[in-house]
Ligand binder design. Structure first.
Ligand code: FES
Length: 266
């Protein structure tokens, strides 16, 4: 018979865990994948070049919207309200806090990095190395509650990337055209919208605080769709993270002249 839990709520067992499976594998994979994204993001942010293909109007998602006076001509579709603050403050810095804030406070990503970076706990039924657990009741983690506001910012970013995608259907002669770049941007923006709309805050915004769904058929209809998406939130979080990095890499390669954009039309 197992010993009763201790006064701190932890099971009184002498070993860290009784699990015999490879419980450490998922947090390790998550750690490596998130670390790879962060390393790519930092390199790309401070690279400060190869983010705009004027011929086809491809704008790399890491540099969109390009709001700094340091942005190359043509890349700023929404003006340049931010000043050029030199190479240590490249254009993505002005948008990054909103994009990163949305991901960092996301309910799924919290689970991912609490487990893989803080080991708090690293897996179910595995003791954590920390002596005390205060969860999200204190600063700074209590700030996770601002997630819903980052959701509003994420809606704007998704709309901006949608605009980028529409104008990326441009041919070399300035008319309509389709290239591989246009298509991968469509996939990316679809995944970004799916991830954003599958957000728990979005689901609450649409269907929360309603006592009678029957009196709100339109909101109920949207709530069922968002709920379906919400069930795939983890998958969409990863898919959109990978797609945004790959599309950014693709635009970088085209802009740098590594290879020409395969054209389907014009
Ligand atoms: Fe993940 Fe809102 S809960 S984006």
């Amino acid at each position: 018979m197992s010993a009763p839990p201790s006064a701190t709520g932890r099971a009184r067992i002498s070993v860290r865990t009784l699990r015999t499976d490879r419980w450490w594998l998922p947090p390790l994979i998550t750690f490596l994948a998130l670390l790879a994204f962060v390393v790519y993001g930092v390199i790309r942010t401070f690279m400060n070049q190869w983010y705009w293909v004027p011929e086809y109007h491809y704008l790399a998602p890491f540099y969109s919207p390009c709001l700094s006076a340091a942005c190359v001509p043509g890349a700023s579709h929404w003006g340049q309200p931010a000043p050029d603050l030199g190479p240590f403050v490249p254009p993505p810095i002005f948008v990054l806090p909103f994009v990163l804030g949305f991901r960092l406070t996301c309910y799924y990503y919290r689970k991912a990095y609490y487990r893989s970076f803080w080991a708090s706990p690293p897996a179910c039924a595995v003791g954590e190395p920390h002596r005390r657990y205060t969860g999200e009741t204190r600063f700074p983690l209590i700030m996770q509650n601002v997630h819903r506001y980052f959701f509003y910012a994420a809606l704007i970013v998704a709309a901006v990337l949608t605009y980028d995608t529409v104008i990326a259907f441009r041919g070399a002669d300035g008319g309509f055209g389709i290239g591989l770049g246009s298509l991968v941007m469509v996939v990316n923006v679809a995944l970004l919208w799916s991830y954003t709309l599958s957000c728990h805050s979005c689901r609450h915004l649409i269907g929360g605080r309603i006592n009678h769904f029957s009196k709100h058929p339109v909101r109920y209809w949207f709530w069922t769709k968002v709920t379906w998406l919400n069930g795939k939130h983890m998958l969409l979080a990863w898919a959109s993270l990978v797609s945004v990095a790959l599309v950014d890499l693709y635009v970088m390669l085209i802009a740098s002249g590594a290879f020409p954009d395969p054209r389907l039309f014009n």
